[in-house]
Design a protein around this ligand. Structure first.
Ligand code: CAA
Length: 258
């Protein structure tokens, strides 16, 4: 059993997961990713949870993969054990929305982890970057793929090739983060967004996430059809009847998440 590297708590239908390796600025190890994936899978399966918030400390969301651990490994070491790979890929299969509440450094694997989430809300002290090239490697978990989709090619090349960090304002201008808020308001704003999501019908929330991800990952012909099919499919839910009836009756819907 490895030492605990995350903390979890729930508030109503919201799960909060906090990365907790403060001495290493939440550097990502296999053990941490295993613990994170296990917690997320459990919340994903929990009928009482609608949305997750993933956060770190005020100084670091995560400063990347654990350099001290990796430094002496060979190609065969990392390839054979699929270093960080297996359980990282399983994060992509989490169906409920994940909000990354990012303060401080989100570098390398830390920036990639934030980009694996669905919404990034940044504190005004957040710094994003893909500095792997300074270590003689390249990003390995989406930095060269998700970053260009988020901020377009030129800025992604700039960050990946020069290893410079961008601050929260630049990250918002570039489209990487959805909002920038004062550090002391970060969790309040993230929980407010989570509360709004948790008040919606869960099947609609999950389908909406799947559809936005299809737009992000697929081709327009296929993804427009995927969206249409899911829109039609939601008419099979009780919550669609309740949501539309409540609107017509000028009252709040009482969703049952089915
Ligand atoms: N791995 C392991 N330990 C790390 C770490 C990392 N990625 N980042 C920071 N730490 C440790 C430091 O070694 C230090 O430990 P000690 O106190 O035992 O010396 C502690 O965290 C505090 O760090 P600093 O003293 O360096 O703090 P700072 O405020 O001066 O600088 C920083 C902060 C700019 C984030 C700097 O720590 C830094 O540059 N870290 C490395 C960032 C990086 O290169 N990330 C990419 C890693 S590779 C990767 O992520 C590959 C991938 O695609 C998954």
């Amino acid at each position: 059993m490895s030492e605990p590297m995350i903390k979890t708590e729930t508030r109503g239908r919201i799960a909060i997961i906090t990365l907790d390796r403060p001495k290493q600025l939440n550097a990502l190890s296999n053990e941490l990713i295993d613990q994170l994936a296990e917690a997320m899978r459990a919340f994903d399966a929990d009928e009482g949870i609608s949305v997750m918030v993933l956060t770190g400390s005020e100084k670091a969301f995560a400063a990347g993969a654990d350099i001290g651990a990796m430094q002496s490994w060979s190609y065969m070491d990392v390839y054979k054990k699929d270093y960080l790979g297996g359980n990282w890929d399983s994060l992509r299969r989490i169906r409920k929305p994940i909000i990354a509440a990012v303060a401080g450094y989100a570098l390398g694997g830390g920036c990639e982890l934030a980009m694996t989430c669905d919404i990034i809300i940044a504190a005004d002290n957040a710094r994003f970057g893909q500095p792997e090239i300074k270590l003689g490697v390249i990003p390995g978990f989406g930095g060269t793929q998700r970053l260009p989709r988020a901020v377009a090619k030129s800025k992604a090349m700039d960050l990946v090739l020069t290893a410079r960090m961008m601050d929260a304002e630049e990250a918002e201008r570039a489209g990487l983060v959805s909002r920038v808020v004062p550090l002391d308001k970060l969790m309040d704003v993230a929980l407010e967004a989570a509360t709004a999501i948790a008040s919606m019908s869960l099947p609609s929330v999950i389908m909406a996430k799947e559809c936005v991800n299809m737009a992000y990952e697929g081709s327009l012909n296929d993804t427009l059809m995927f969206e249409r099919r899911n829109f039609h499919a939601l008419f099979a839910t009780e919550d669609q009847k309740e949501g539309m009836t409540a609107f017509v009756e000028k009252r709040k819907p009482a969703f049952k998440h089915r």
